[in-house]
Write a protein that binds this ligand. Structure first.
Ligand SMILES: Nc1ccn([C@H]2C[C@H](O)[C@@H](COP(=O)(O)O)O2)c(=O)n1
Ligand SMILES: [Zn+2]
Length: 167
């Protein structure tokens, strides 16, 4: 079996990173890489630092309203990857994300100078936030590409991708 492709490698790293997330419904991971294939930053969706996790909700919906759900509090994987960067700039980099970026992450990605987005799942494509992202990325000339693992092209064993796609 030959070497793992860069795309499979960095998307695998994004999936591995997503496994740190405590979100019970959707674990997301992201990995930013420069043009020399050096890792610039990784992140996953989680509550902000220094906020005790047990004091914030992980629910998707609540009879008490939005403030009793995770949405107003959780920091998205892509934003964490940019914030965690170990280089001066993300300019000209590409980002691998296990989930297509929402509009808030799209703004951050564009402002950070990232030029390419490689995503695995597009499961929220019907949401307005995903539609707004596509519009922003198109206007800002950020290239979008859905990752097709080597295994799907008849290459290696693809069990990790099958598991991820079922999420
Ligand atoms: N681009 C994205 C989109 C979403 N997230 C996070 C935010 C939530 O923790 C979770 C989505 O939850 P769901 O509505 O699927 O239950 O994913 C992210 O990190 N990056
Ligand atoms: Zn987001």
């Amino acid at each position: 079996m030959g070497a793992l492709s860069w795309d499979d490698y960095f998307m695998s790293l994004a999936f591995l990173t997503s496994m740190r997330s405590k979100d019970p419904s959707t674990q997301v991971g992201a990995c930013i890489v420069n043009d020399r294939n050096r890792i610039i930053g990784v992140g996953y969706n989680g509550m902000p630092s220094n906020c005790p996790n047990d004091q914030l909700p992980w629910s998707k919906r609540s009879v008490e309203g939005e403030l009793a759900t995770k949405y107003p509090y959780v920091v998205h994987a892509e934003l964490n990857a940019v914030l965690n960067k170990n280089a001066e700039s993300c300019s000209g980099c590409r980002i691998y994300s296990t989930l297509f970026p929402c509009n808030e992450c799209a703004k951050v990605i564009i402002q950070a100078g990232i030029k390419q987005v490689i995503f695995a799942s597009d499961k929220h494509s019907d949401r307005a936030s995903a539609k707004a992202s596509r519009r922003l990325f198109e206007l800002a000339n950020v290239e979008l590409r859905q990752h097709v693992p080597e295994a799907r092209r008849g290459g290696r064993d693809g069990t990790q991708w099958e598991k991820a796609e079922k999420q």
